[in-house]
Design a protein around this ligand. Sequence first.
Ligand code: ZN
Length: 122
Amino acid sequence: MIQILIHYFLHFIFIGAIAYWYDKDNWKKYWLILLATMLVDVDHLFADPMFHPNRCSIGFHYLHSEYIIPLYFLGAIFIKHKIIRLVMIGLTFHMITDFLDCLWMYWKCEECSATEVFEAVF
Ligand SMILES: [Zn+2]
């Protein structure tokens, strides 16, 4: 339960703090943009089964793959365009949040979280 609370806190509330840090004067607008980066989870629609409580998103879904995550990270550092850069920061943070969830899942139940990447990491 606490895990779910923390997950959604990070996904929805904490990004408000990121928006504030990014630009104090327009933080509400930037918060909305960060919320929009949640759309990256549309890739779950292509997964089968669509929802699985013990599955680690990282390395499983297309937009959460280990090939694309470095691009988000690099974009967050190097892209000059303010909005696009914020989107990249949002995506990077999203991946960190999802990854924390994976770690948590793994600590609770080693056998439950079985994706290839995950086994490679540990
Ligand atoms: Zn996700």
